[in-house]
Ligand binder design. Sequence first.
Ligand code: FES
Length: 132
Amino acid sequence: MLSNNIYRFCSEENKGWVTIIFEKSDGTRLKRLGKIGDTVQQVIGKDNPDFPGYGECDGTLSCSCCHVILSKEDYDKFDVDKRMKTKEEDVILSASINPTPTSRLGCCLTIEPEMDGIVLKLPPEIRDLKQM
Ligand code: FES
């Protein structure tokens, strides 16, 4: 009985997490676990030595340092209109360095179960709008 409870606890714990693969501009890939319902920015956080400069405003939508680029397929799959991409995100994204048609801000991108294994590219340069 006890082992069933432990199994159930572990299964429920694992059900809430997905693997997110971050691909740096040099092709290096780093896998991280992301909790469903959190944002992509929360997976990396701020002041993470593996991701220098990432998420400087810590998710307050004022730096553009959480810029990530999705594949076209994933961008369409996670239809931004249905996920409520806001005007504020568009404004901050447009001020980032070389935004692409499939760019998002990690602090505005909520982790969903279907994102397990998603590859998010990190741009070669990021701009901290707070420093301007
Ligand atoms: S973490 Fe600063 S805009 Fe997303």
